[in-house]
Design a protein around this ligand. Sequence first.
Ligand SMILES: *[C@@H]1O[C@H](CO)[C@@H](O)[C@H](O)[C@H]1NC(C)=O
Ligand SMILES: *[C@@H]1O[C@H](CO)[C@@H](O)[C@H](O)[C@H]1NC(C)=O
Ligand SMILES: *[C@@H]1O[C@H](CO)[C@@H](O)[C@H](O)[C@H]1NC(C)=O
Length: 303
Amino acid sequence: MASLRSWLRATTAVLTTSAALAAPASHLKRASITQVSQSQADTFTPTAHYASASYCTPDSTLAWNCANCGKNPSFQPIASGGDGVMVQYWFVGYDPSLESVVVAVQGTNPSAIIPLLTDGDIALINLDSDLFPGLDSSIQAHKGFADAHSRSADDILAAVQQAFDKYSTSKVLLTGHSLGAAITLLHSVYIPVQIPDAKVTYVGYGLPRVGNQAFADYVDAHDSITSVTHINNMEDPIPILPGRLLGFDHPAGEIHIQDSGEWLACPGQDNTSSQCTVGDVKNLLDGNLSNHSGPYNGVTMKC
Ligand SMILES: *[C@@H]1O[C@H](CO)[C@@H](O)[C@H](O)[C@H]1NC(C)=O
Ligand SMILES: *[C@@H]1O[C@H](CO)[C@@H](O)[C@H](O)[C@H]1NC(C)=O
Ligand SMILES: *[C@@H]1O[C@H](CO)[C@@H](O)[C@H](O)[C@H]1NC(C)=O
């Protein structure tokens, strides 16, 4: 955990002041914070189980042996990979009840120290032009997340293409928690760049900031990315990292789980209302890392 702590320490000074910044005028929209009903929250439960199952070591049949595996019994595996150390575990398959291909990528946990070191690499860089041809040069992302994405990008892309062909669909649900949420947000840009027909639904849990304003704007505006939701639990500090003063921004689509357990949808990017994460968790001292793994409507992110 030492690397996580040093990462948190490195960003503290910035974070304490960043919450005081007003949102850029271009992102002020007339919209209100709305309650997410229990039945709406329940629609995310299969996704939470996928994100959670990504922590488990996949075996050759993808029959994972863990508490949150097997919770989507109709899932049809296509491929899996990663080693849980240098390369986050990932799996790709098809969910007939969601009528979508599913991609889930593993996040960070205390036993995966090297991925945490990856998280510490907070420079903003341009995305690799071989993986992301044609992206505007203003678009930048966290170097550590971009590197982590690149290690399995080709394998995941091939599995998604295979699944699209096999199941005659172009819908793909991308999900993950923590580092896995960051990697799958990059896949939400990468997959449609490589497969222009792809229609992406993204659901991230405890998502840190992945890129700069131009990156967030691209995610929000791109037609192939049909839906973006990032769900933050209570006082989890990870979503306020890296800080906005370092040049990082979230796309729109936050759902913030209140301390009461109520789910609220927060409009816009980095909404500073006290009901949303940026306004509620103003700095690391306001945060509680024990909230990072959930529960998200009853699902805890672990194998
Ligand atoms: C945050 O939410 C409020 C509603 O409470 C809304 O008026 C405001 O425009 C939102 N901020 C952003 C940046 O979208
Ligand atoms: C953080 O969460 C833990 C576990 O739920 C709790 O014991 C602790 O009091 C919380 N800390 C703060 C500062 O709220
Ligand atoms: C989340 O943090 C709150 C403090 O904000 C604490 O009371 C609660 O127990 C934590 N929940 C979990 C599951 O750790």
